[in-house]
Design a protein around this ligand. Structure first.
Ligand code: NAP
Length: 489
């Protein structure tokens, strides 16, 4: 399928850069997209278009901005299967997961559409007599939005929809690996009636296009999701120009299995959390911490379930795990398997390429046992289907292990004990906590994001996600007939 290129000021344009060819990670003989990338000149044109459109867009009443999102929801609902299929071909996750992602993105559009009726400030009592005091929320300006390949539809939805309803215009750079899925959102918003220039997409190299968007003085608000090295540099550059910035980055999410856990359910949680989307979720379960008393039985069940997983092309409804996204990610995964072996860790499942699964980037779901905080597999994000298992004897030890990494995105515990579950939700150092379910997932109306080196800036999604794109103005109206003004404040 050809790609139309970038979308600037209401028009699809052919980029002036080199032609990029993306293949299906489950079938390397299938070219999914072939398109000319954009260069800095196109990024500058996109920023100029967003700057020019902003005064008009911010003047559109928020409920009307929300209604455009509502129309986008209706259009997107008619395209769920088509977008999900494209997503599977472009990124590799299995069709059921792709469909789930498409629906989640639509929910974000839906939620943000409704926020058009609720965008507002607070009315508060003033210290002064005959004085009205209240706040309003105003859009910040042009938003620069940069997204990763692992959620190529829903991540753009959960950033772009709040920016638009808040009244910001947008310059958006999708990941180079997955521009086709992202472009469906542009098509849908265009069809829903979004005026030209309000949303612009530039497809091209992160270093060139990304840097141009980040460093340009017009992009007053920046939202990034991706890796820590890129995110921390972006945060630094955003800070230099005093932009408002949010960065959501990596994770090393722990799942604790207590001695009173339902082991079958915990195994299913680890399989879904660790190997769903081939482990390529920021919230993926990547560390499993198991109580000594149940470890032997738990690992027996886990290894059996892991080795039974059917790998293959995600379009086949019987496939349970797809490929990893590309050769670079596969190399990273394989290098961590080597690192773990060299550190003396015990390989209890997988560890090799799954060549029989097809002509793609297939890796066996892999588990290492005997991992402790000194090991790189305990501390570093792999972003692939490679799990690290550690052992503990008390709840306190489990929490110390769970919190013993620099990341802090999500975490999970399996237990039947109400007290243990409740204590865990308080003690875990993470932006999200799950009980008796894996560490993955988020919902449009709930804040999403992490602590520690995972996230800086405001939370995404929910009301906070919309408020991020606004700034507060405090207003005082003195309606005293005498003109009296309290000196108190
Ligand atoms: P990445 O390499 O950091 O890329 C993310 C985006 O940044 C891509 O669009 C990339 O463009 C762009 N980029 C690259 N260099 C840039 C630069 N110098 N300036 C500005 N932008 C630049 O991350 P990824 O491999 O796509 O995604 C995987 C990472 O995302 C993992 O670490 C995962 O944990 C994280 N993630 C976090 C969350 C969360 O909410 N916490 C959610 C999903 C994923 P190109 O594609 O053109 O290189």
């Amino acid at each position: 399928m050809p790609h139309q290129g970038s979308y600037i000021n209401g028009k699809w344009i052919t980029g002036s850069g080199k032609v990029q060819r993306n293949v299906n990670p489950a079938d390397l003989s299938e070219v999914v997209a072939e398109f000319p990338t954009a260069q800095i000149a196109e990024a500058l044109a996109a920023i100029a278009a967003a700057e020019a459109a902003w005064p008009m867009w911010k003047a559109v009443p928020a409920p009307e901005r929300g209604r455009i999102l509502a129309r986008a929801v209706a259009i997107a609902r008619t395209r769920i299967d088509e977008i999900a299929t494209l997503l599977t071909r472009e990124e590799g996750k299995i069709l059921a997961e792709a469909k789930g992602e498409v629906i989640k993105g639509i929910n974000c559009l839906d939620f943000c559409g409704g926020q058009g009726y609720r965008l507002g400030g607070k009315v508060l009592p003033s210290e002064a007599v005959d004085t009205a005091a209240y706040t309003i929320r105003q859009p910040i300006g042009v938003a620069g939005i940069i997204t990763p390949w692992n959620f190529p539809w829903s991540n753009p939805c959960w950033k772009i929809a709040p920016a638009l309803v808040a009244g910001c215009s947008v310059v958006f750079k999708p990941a180079s690996a997955t521009p086709l899925t992202a472009s469906c959102l542009i098509e849908i918003l265009e069809e829903a009636g979004l005026p030209a220039g309000v949303l612009n997409m530039v497809v091209g190299s992160g270093a060139e296009i990304g840097d141009t968007i980040v460093n340009h003085p017009a992009t007053k608000v920046l939202s990034f999701t991706g890796s820590n090295p890129v995110g921390s540099r972006l945060y630094e550059n955003g800070a230099k120009k005093l932009a408002k910035v949010t960065c959501e980055m990596g994770g090393k999410n722990a799942l604790i299995v207590m001695d009173d856990a339902d082991l079958e359910r915990a195994v299913q949680g680890v399989i879904g959390g660790g190997f769903g989307s081939s482990g390529q979720r920021c919230t993926a379960t990547s560390r499993v911490l198991v109580h000594t008393d149940v470890k032997a039985r738990f690992l027996e069940l886990l290894v059996a379930a892991t080795t039974a997983l059917k790998l293959g092309n995600g379009l086949d409804p019987t496939t349970q795990m797809g490929p990893v996204v590309d050769q670079d990610q596969l190399n990273t995964d394989l290098s961590y398997i080597e690192i773990a072996k060299n550190e003396g860790l015990k390989l209890i499942a997988g560890g090799s390429l799954a060549t029989s699964a097809g002509n793609g980037y297939f890796l066996e779901p892999t588990i290492f046992d005997g991992v402790n905080p000194s090991h790189r597999l305990f501390q570093e994000e792999v972003f692939g289907p490679v799990l690290a298992v550690s052992e503990f004897s008390t709840y306190e030890e489990a929490i110390e292990l769970a919190n013993g990494v620099a990341f802090g995105l999500s975490s999970s515990i399996y237990t039947k004990g109400l007290v243990t579950a409740q204590r865990f939700t308080q003690d875990t150092h993470s932006g999200m906590a799950h009980v008796n379910e894996p560490s993955i997932g988020g919902e449009a109306q709930l804040p999403f994001g992490g602590v520690g080196i995972t996230g800086v800036g405001d939370r995404e999604m929910g009301e906070d996600g919309v408020n991020f794109y606004t700034q507060i103005k405090t207003i005082f109206i003195n309606y005293s007939l005498s003109g009296e003004r309290s000196m108190f404040r």
